[in-house]
Write a protein that binds this ligand. Structure first.
Ligand code: KG4
Ligand code: ZN
Length: 503
């Protein structure tokens, strides 16, 4: 597969899968051709199918496979699979693995024919529907695949080579490891230093296995870097056990277990959302309980009454998209790249927030829930209409400012109303969107008017970071909560839900 094939590949992908890969994901994989095999089948210039795999050590892991519906049941899928496996074996692989949707009987039958067996199920693997994935591999992990690979293709290979013209591989830049700004350290009751950021940020909303792979690649260097700047060996290892993408969580939890075991120190599994709520403790800004928490990130938008670390009640949340997700989707539509929050934040400062009256969904719903998907659609429709009318250039600043005004209006009003209704005089805002300058200003102003104290951390501690995980981990440890080396991951863990299995 070459970059020129991508347009056609994405068309077929969209026709075949309910939750198709984007061009960006294919690009990311093609750019890593040192560890991927991507093949297309074509006839007379028409794309008929493709297969993609990652070759990891001794394993060919099939990530994509699609055949044009018209030409199915003619052996093309098998040709593609075989050629892909052959190339994997050429690079030293010894077996093949893949995940398939539990409900995709046709694909499961197809893979059975290759001698793959169903070894287990990964619960809630697919983030779009929460559907389980069946893990398939040769039952014995025996070199059965080697025999398959020696079978000659019947009609000659329909496949073309891998991306020979791939540009130099994209490398996620690991942000420099550093401590908290000096001035703040004195106020830091936990002395948790910020050691490293999550490196797979760019593709975090992507497909589980790619995100997991990025974690596998990054985790050892990140740990080494973190240890290199740390003067003492940690006394506790804290790790995010959920919520999040299952593969990424497994990588983190496995690494944490290995460290805890080899150092002989306790392991504490923590809830990512609790880490956001308690992040202000790192800067000495955490109010006394009870307080209201607003968590606004790429995956969550919620309000919770926090009466104690083990007594958190969600009182409202988004019914569809998270607010960060809306920022990201709108930015993508406007061609502003990922993540969308920071760029919309800065563009909005130069735009007119009253230029377009976008909907303020659920403003008067009488509860603390949110809905962002209608706003996102309204923005997309508005832009499409302008484009159809030939508007050039698009008034991106005004659109960004108007979108942001609509999104923040509801967030600010509901947060203040919730605090007043519940008699809470302190509010904590956390999560990536809490970096937003307009949200900070507006929420601070409204809280101030109502006599409410607002706390939020510096931006680096609002977006995902390891220090907040260490902070909540330390608090949990001091309260006597640890996890065993059999700790599991929980992709759908809710804020306030007790950590399963923790003592
Ligand atoms: O908490 P976070 O780092 O990751 C999750 O747990 O989701 O949040 C990431 C989200 C992204 O959607 C990003 O666009 C958004 O936070 N974000 C912002 C800003 N900075 C990051 N949204 C609005 N304004 C910002 N300045
Ligand atoms: Zn987060």
């Amino acid at each position: 597969m070459s970059f020129d094939d991508l347009d056609r590949v994405v068309v077929l992908e969209k026709a075949v899968f309910s939750s198709p890969w984007t061009v960006d994901l294919f690009l990311y994989e093609l750019n890593h051709d040192e560890r991927t095999v991507y093949l297309v089948a074509e006839s007379e210039g028409e794309l008929l199918g493709y297969v993609g795999a990652q070759v990891l050590d001794k394993e060919v892991h099939i990530t994509n496979m699609a055949v044009e519906p018209r030409v199915r049941r003619r052996g093309l899928g098998s040709e593609l699979m075989l050629e892909c496996i052959r190339r994997g074996i050429g690079r030293g692989a010894r077996w093949v693995t893949l995940e398939v949707r539990l409900g995709n009987d046709e694909a499961r039958d197809f893979y059975h024919k290759f001698g793959l067996e169903e070894l287990g199920v990964r619960r809630n693997y697919y983030t779009d529907s929460g559907e389980d994935a069946v893990i398939m591999a040769p039952g014995t992990y025996a070199p059965r695949i080697t025999q398959v690979s020696s079978k000659k293709s019947r009609a000659g290979s329909p496949s073309r080579g891998t991306s020979a013209n791939a540009s130099p591989g994209h490398r996620d830049v690991l942000r420099r490891v550093r401590g908290l700004p000096g001035g703040r350290r004195d106020h830091n009751p936990l002395q948790c230093r910020r050691l490293a950021d999550r490196p797979a940020q760019r593709i975090r909303r992507g497909v589980p296995e790619i995100a997991a792979r990025a974690h596998v690649e990054a985790i050892a260097p990140v740990i080494s870097e973190a240890l290199a700047v740390s003067d003492e060996r940690p006394g506790v290892v804290a790790v995010t056990a959920g919520p999040g993408l299952v593969g990424s969580l497994i990588v983190g939890v496995s690494a944490a277990k290995a460290l805890a075991w080899s150092w002989g120190v306790p392991l504490v599994a923590v809830n990512h959302l609790e880490a956001h709520v308690y992040a202000p403790v790192l800067e000495g800004l955490l109010p006394e309980h009870p307080f209201l928490a607003l968590v606004v990130s790429g995956g969550h938008t919620l309000l919770a009454e926090v009466r104690g670390p083990d007594d958190i009640e969600i009182i409202g949340q988004t019914l569809d998209d998270a607010v960060g997700e809306a920022y990201d989707k709108v930015a993508k539509f406007l061609g502003l790249g990922y993540p969308g929050g920071p760029v919309i934040d800065s563009l909005s400062r130069q735009g007119n927030p009253r230029a377009v009256a976008f909907p303020r969904a659920m403003l008067a719903s009488g509860d603390y829930n949110f809905s962002l998907s209608g706003l996102k659609t309204a923005v997309i429709r508005y832009v499409a209409k302008l484009e159809a009318e030939g508007a050039e250039p698009l008034p991106a600043r005004d659109i960004a400012a108007s979108f942001q005004a609509a999104a923040l209006d509801v967030l600010v009003k509901k947060t203040v109303a919730a605090a007043l209704d519940r008699g809470l005089s302190n509010v904590v805002a956390g999560g990536g969107v809490a970096c937003n300058t307009a949200l900070r200003d507006q929420l601070a102003r409204e809280c101030d008017r109502k006599g409410i104290t607002l706390a939020y951390t510096s931006p680096a501690l609002c977006t995902d970071n390891a220090a907040m995980v260490a902070a909540i981990g330390t608090m949990k440890y001091e309260a006597g909560h640890t996890s065993g080396l059999d700790a599991d991951v929980y992709p759908n863990l809710r804020l306030g839900e007790p950590m399963p299995g923790a003592g």
